[in-house]
Design a protein. Structure first.
Length: 235
């Protein structure tokens, strides 16, 4: 399995298996990226590699701490008039400051056994869900089914990490690039396209120092950033 690994340590990220060709491609993508208009018929012309913007192992440790990221603006969900902003086809990366901040919040919620710590900043926004899903009452489904399952899974993982959760340490996340897919409009009951990656792994060390993992079942993109939509399983 080819996977990209985002590791925490001194505020720096590292690739599990550096690939010079991938790093060169990522550098070009970062300098040339610009907002794109959403389309309803075809995926963007982008590589099928998950998180292709992963930095080289020598990435600077002086990057801005993720705690400083305003998650209400990354991405912005509404315009100045308060109208919901539409989808973009930009492919998300696991090394973006916003995703890193979301992952840290998710971990804090798991350690505390309190889903409210991570709920709104981490979970797929209702403003996006209402635009994406071609179902009756998407906002109600978002609240009563998806967010309820998310809360259940956070509490389940809190128990799984052991009797001394405060001693457990987040190590990073592994994303299987083969599972990254652009979901076309009409698939999964959706009106708009989005990037999706399934069966990622949250890596952590438990209180005894053992390397463990928790599944992050499904991440979905909105306006170029990853959000959690299924934490542990699809039900």
């Amino acid at each position: 399995m080819r996977a990209l690994c985002l590791l925490f340590g001194c505020l720096a990220f590292a690739a599990c298996a550096p690939n010079p060709a991938v790093e060169q491609q990522s550098s070009h993508a970062e300098t040339s990226a610009r907002p794109t208009k959403p389309t309803a018929s075809a995926p963007p012309a982008a590589s099928a590699q998950a998180a292709s913007a992963a930095p080289a192992p020598s990435a600077s440790a002086s990057a801005a701490p993720s705690a400083a990221v305003d998650l209400s603006k990354h991405p912005a969900l509404r315009d100045e008039a308060g109208n919901p902003l539409g989808q973009l086809e930009d492919k998300p990366t696991v090394d973006s400051p916003a995703f890193r901040a979301r992952l840290e919040l998710l971990w804090k919620a798991i350690v505390a056994g309190d889903p409210e710590i991570a709920d709104l900043p981490v979970f797929f926004p209702v403003e996006a869900y209402e635009q994406v899903k071609d179902i009756k009452s998407p906002a109600a489904d978002h609240k009563s089914r998806l967010r309820k399952a998310f809360a259940r899974d956070v509490r389940e993982y809190h128990k799984e990490i052991g009797p001394n959760p405060e001693a457990a340490k987040l190590l990073g996340i592994e994303v299987d690039e083969k599972r990254l897919k652009w979901m076309k409009p009409g698939s999964e009951g959706n009106k708009l396209g989005y990037w999706r990656v399934t069966r990622s792994k949250i890596r952590y060390a438990n209180a005894s120092g053992e390397d463990k993992t928790l599944e992050l079942t499904s991440l979905i993109s909105w306006r170029g950033e990853w959000f959690v939509v299924h934490l542990h399983g699809f039900k």
